[in-house]
Design a protein around this ligand. Structure first.
Ligand SMILES: [Fe+2]
Length: 156
């Protein structure tokens, strides 16, 4: 049963945007674990722990995004196969070691996702779904903050 007051076009736009960004979030979250596990360098412990904290925060937002799909009457697409087919985040390299390299690689992907989420805010707002827009606004703010935490390790 769709959310009361939303027309079919708004629901379709929101479900598509939510699932598209869910795929990107899952990919970025896996990249954060890859970085958490493999990073080495003089700032090891802080960066190692920060990647894991950011991973956990992203997981929380994923749950909100996927459950919003359900609230709208759609099907949340979070399997490995669905994500692999939908992801727009650039593939994360498996040969990175140095903390600066991981910080730069994660930061670039997080910034790219942040831009996509800003686009999602506009798309679902134009479609008339303020409830989904609010979820994306919260996600956007959270990504901005974690990007600040992470990229600050690169210095000025
Ligand atoms: Fe760990």
């Amino acid at each position: 049963m769709p959310v009361k007051g939303l027309n079919d076009n708004a629901v379709a736009a929101s479900v598509a945007e939510l699932n598209a960004r869910l795929a990107d979030m899952i990919a970025l979250r896996l990249a954060l674990k890859q970085a958490h596990w493999n990073v080495k360098g003089p700032n090891f412990i802080g960066i190692h722990e920060l990647f894991d904290v950011a991973h956990g925060r992203l997981a929380g937002h994923e749950d909100t995004i996927a459950e919003r799909v359900q609230i709208l009457g759609g099907v949340a697409l979070g399997t490995l196969e669905a994500v692999a087919g939908a992801v727009t985040v650039e593939a994360y390299p498996t040969d990175l070691v140095a903390d600066r390299d991981h910080v730069a690689a994660i930061s670039g992907r997080m910034a790219a996702l942040g831009e996509k989420v800003r686009g999602a805010i506009e798309t679902v707002s134009d479609a008339g779904d303020e409830g989904t827009m609010d979820i994306f606004v919260g996600l956007s703010r959270a990504l901005d903050k974690d990007l600040w935490f992470i990229e600050s390790h690169l210095g000025g």
